[in-house]
Design a protein around this ligand. Structure first.
Ligand code: AHM
Ligand code: MG
Length: 326
């Protein structure tokens, strides 16, 4: 019997930190705190139906979306778990307008974290995957702690609460994939070094917005659905970034949530949605874009800034970039 103690999350994180020769133990603490929060959220998502956690709170969040009870509860869990971990000096959440100071920790945290506590809100209550996204920077003690270039990212990751709870993260080294063993409450590494394929056969976009796309986006998507580029692509769209991204990472193809004529700044949030998944994407060999340039070449100018977001395997992204240039 293969008992995977060497592949439990705590072991992998500590080993990675040792190998990176920056072993202060602090980074391990921080990742373990995030993973604990993700386990709590996984349990919460699974039991939300009979705990009365579906429905709206009556409030609107920083991005102008109607807040659902599960969005709010997920924020509260992460604020509490990460705030008391002692690693984080400040936090940003999709569910709060302002940067959150951390007052609970006993030490002054050396890192800052931004997160989308529950991504895919429109799918809550329908048994379709949702997830959590996070991005971590070193704390500099400057005023705009979160308006930083991608070169400052220390780690980023996301979880998917679906048929299984999975966690994918990268802390500068390989992109690691873990699966939650619910019987033990332990994340076990199932993919030590995720590498995206070079191409795929699915395209993923909310076609309900097609009327509002720029002409070059329209003709690019049409080209994937016809024989123009070979065999027509299959459509796959979940409507939860974490799930659509996870499929693109592992099976290839292209996912798009482009800016539109009526929403030229796009929908997804740069700091805690597009940037963290782009960090993982580019480490695993995918390419990203906001429609003009790569996501990792952008620096957020405000914490809730929106962006068009396109990510995909090399072949499909080269075609996309050619279509945008024409
Ligand atoms: P959320 O953070 O409020 O859940 O919004 C982000 C979500 C993403 O998960 C997903 O890619 C996108 O919104 C779907 O948008 P749409 O419903 O417009 O297709
Ligand atoms: Mg989101």
């Amino acid at each position: 019997m293969d008992l995977p103690i060497q592949r439990t999350l705590a072991r992998v994180i500590r080993q990675d930190e040792k190998e990176a020769q920056v072993a202060t133990g602090e980074f391990s603490e921080l990742m373990l705190a995030i993973c604990y929060g993700i386990k709590v959220l996984s349990q919460m998502v699974q039991t939300a139906g009979f705990k009365g956690l579906y429905g709206y709170t009556g409030e609107t969040n920083a991005s102008g979306d109607k807040t659902q009870k599960l969005d709010e509860e997920s924020h509260v869990v992460l604020e509490q778990v990460l705030g008391s971990a002692g690693c984080f000096g400040h936090m940003v959440s999709e569910e709060r307008d302002e940067v959150l100071p951390v007052t609970r920790g006993s030490k002054s945290g050396k890192y800052v974290v931004a997160f989308d506590p529950l991504d895919g809100s429109s799918n809550i209550g329908t048994n379709i995957p949702v997830g959590t996204i996070f991005i971590i920077f070193k704390r500099l003690g400057i005023e705009n702690e979160f308006l930083r270039p991608a070169s400052d990212i220390v780690a980023a990751g996301y979880s998917v609460y679906g048929a299984q709870t999975s966690l994918v993260f990268c802390a500068g080294g390989p992109v690691r994939g873990f699966t939650l063993d619910t019987s033990l409450g332990e994340f076990v590494m199932t993919e030590p070094d995720i590498k995206a394929p070079e191409s795929g056969n699915t395209y993923s976009v909310n076609e309900g917005n097609g009327w509002d796309w720029e002409a070059n986006v329209q003709s690019y998507v049409n080209s994937l659905k016809t024989h123009e580029r070979g065999k027509p692509y299959s459509g796959r769209y979940v409507g939860s970034l974490v799930a659509d991204f996870d499929r693109t990472l592992k099976k290839g193809g292209i996912f798009m949530h482009p800016a539109t004529k009526s929403k030229p700044t796009g929908k997804l949030r740069l700091l805690y949605e597009a940037m963290p998944v782009s960090y993982i994407a580019e480490k695993a060999g995918l390419l990203t874009s906001n429609g003009k340039q790569s996501i990792l070449s952008l620096t957020p100018s405000s914490i809730h800034e929106r962006t068009g977001f396109i990510v995909g395997t090399k072949k499909e992204m080269e075609w996309f970039n050619q279509a945008m240039a024409s």
